[in-house]
Design a binder for this molecule. Structure first.
Ligand code: SF4
Length: 84
């Protein structure tokens, strides 16, 4: 599986579970989880809700399983992603 982009919808309860599962992509801040700048093509660090930046090409396959696991483990199901 390949995941091309991942973002956080509104409603994150900052539980830290996703960062524990996949710290290369998820960074939990005081008010919401963010998608790390280092993992994104656009180099911004936000929820990626409006930007919908793609993940860096070398991470799209290597981190796909971890991202899917993090999404399944999110208690409020706000981690969304596009598969290719
Ligand atoms: S697992 Fe979900 S609720 Fe918890 S910090 Fe991550 S995005 Fe937010």
């Amino acid at each position: 599986m390949v995941i091309t982009r991942v973002w956080i919808e509104e409603g994150c309860i900052v539980c830290n579970a996703c960062e524990t599962t996949c710290p290369e992509v998820f960074n939990v801040t005081e008010d919401s989880c963010h998608i790390r700048a280092e993992s994104r093509v656009d180099g911004k660090q936000t929820t990626n809700l409006s930007e919908r930046s793609e993940l860096k090409p070398d991470l799209q396959e290597s981190l796909a399983d971890q991202i899917e696991e993090a999404a399944e483990g999110c208690p409020v199901e706000v981690i969304k992603f596009d598969k290719a």
